[in-house]
Design a protein around this ligand. Structure first.
Ligand code: 13P
Ligand code: SF4
Length: 341
């Protein structure tokens, strides 16, 4: 049986965010705006990073998006420098898709438990044991793992792409997120062999505590990212990527939502729907061992000071070796070229 690649909670870093007063924040925001202009850079941010960084991205002509749209935006934007506020695989994806651009990140320490839980050498051996399967990997993986794959997918297109592959009778080897893989398998009926990785943030949402919460807010809609356990996904009114959750928060008629994803997304959900109420899904409950309750410790490492430093010093540049990048761009392009409605 395949080994369990979920991270021990003791190996999840504890990140303490620096508390800044309003004056310090404003000074940093001003400096960052100037540096973005001076460096001819564009800021590409994920929904899970600090709200101030999300706002700066939008104000300065950058974007705040899910991982698929971040990849597309970075590839298509004309700026020679991309500053990616997110986790490392997002910076690597940007570099692979636009090798001529300089890609900087506020920190290179921002990893992802799914990426860590899929070591390339072990994954290569797993593929070698199953040569009859099409290799589909989640975007939350290293450049080397992408280079071993046939398809890269994100949570917003994974289901449709697997549906397409299953319709062609392809058997799939899926990595690394067992929950997203299990969800797609259940929805599509595809023949999928699953790697056993997990997101340390989403895995902590608890169905039993969610049921208790639903009794307190019976009128609430439930929005769930598919990296969550199956029992939590089963309770959802909408299961989707960060941008699909954001859209559902506006489209669904509910005035209150219980949301099972990183709380960073609440910034945009509240901006877009000031009249609605958003409540964090519970991570506590029987057996809870929460080390990163509803907030990714690696996403939290993207702070204003680090962003300023990277722009000012040109530090934390993402580099991907040419051979890996040339191989990894193929499954990434396949995903980006896949027709979406
Ligand atoms: P999205 O593609 O939905 O933004 O997800 C990325 C991610 O890391 C979720 O944990
Ligand atoms: Fe990875 Fe989970 Fe953090 Fe997303 S929230 S970057 S999947 S650890």
């Amino acid at each position: 049986m395949l080994a369990d690649y979920t991270l021990e909670s003791s190996s999840v870093p504890v990140h303490t965010t620096t508390v800044l007063d309003d004056e310090e924040k404003e000074a940093l925001r001003t400096e960052i705006r100037l540096l973005i202009e001076r460096q001819n850079a564009v800021l590409v941010a994920h929904y899970y990073v600090d709200g101030d960084i999300q706002d700066l991205a939008e104000e300065t002509g950058g974007c705040v998006a899910d991982s698929l749209e971040m990849a597309r935006f970075g590839r298509d934007h004309s700026a020679p420098t991309l500053v990616v506020a997110g986790v490392r695989f997002m910076g690597e994806t940007a570099k692979i898709l636009a090798p001529q651009k300089r890609v900087l990140m506020p920190t290179l320490a921002a990893e992802c438990s799914l990426d860590i839980g899929c070591p390339p050498d072990e994954f290569e051996a797993f593929i070698a044991d199953h040569p009859d399967r099409t290799v589909v990997v989640y975007a939350n993986t290293s450049a080397r793992v992408k280079a071993l794959s046939d398809w890269v997918v994100t949570s917003s297109v994974g289901l449709r792409i697997v549906e397409h592959l299953a319709a062609n009778d392809e058997k799939i080897l899926w990595a690394p997120d067992q929950h997203l893989g299990g969800y797609i398998q259940a929805e599509t009926g595809a023949d999928m062999l699953l790697w056993r990785g997990a997101c340390v943030v989403h895995e902590e949402f608890k169905a039993s505590a969610m049921a208790d919460m639903r009794r307190v807010y019976p009128e609430a809609g439930i929005l769930v990212h598919p990296e969550s356990p199956a029992a939590v996904v089963a309770m959802a009114d909408c299961v989707g990527s960060t941008s699909q959750i954001l859209k559902a928060a506006g489209d669904l008629p509910h005035e209150t939502f219980i949301v099972a994803t990183d709380r960073g997304l609440f910034h945009k959900m509240r901006q877009a729907n000031p009249q609605k109420r958003f409540i964090e899904a519970p991570t506590a409950g029987d057996g809870a061992t929460c080390r990163s309750c509803a907030h990714c410790p690696w996403m939290a490492m993207n702070e204003l000071r680090e962003l300023r430093d990277a722009l000012r010093d040109g530090s934390n540049e993402i580099l991907v070796d040419l051979e890996t990048a040339e191989r990894a761009i193929l499954p990434l392009r396949r995903m980006l070229d896949f027709p979406t409605p």
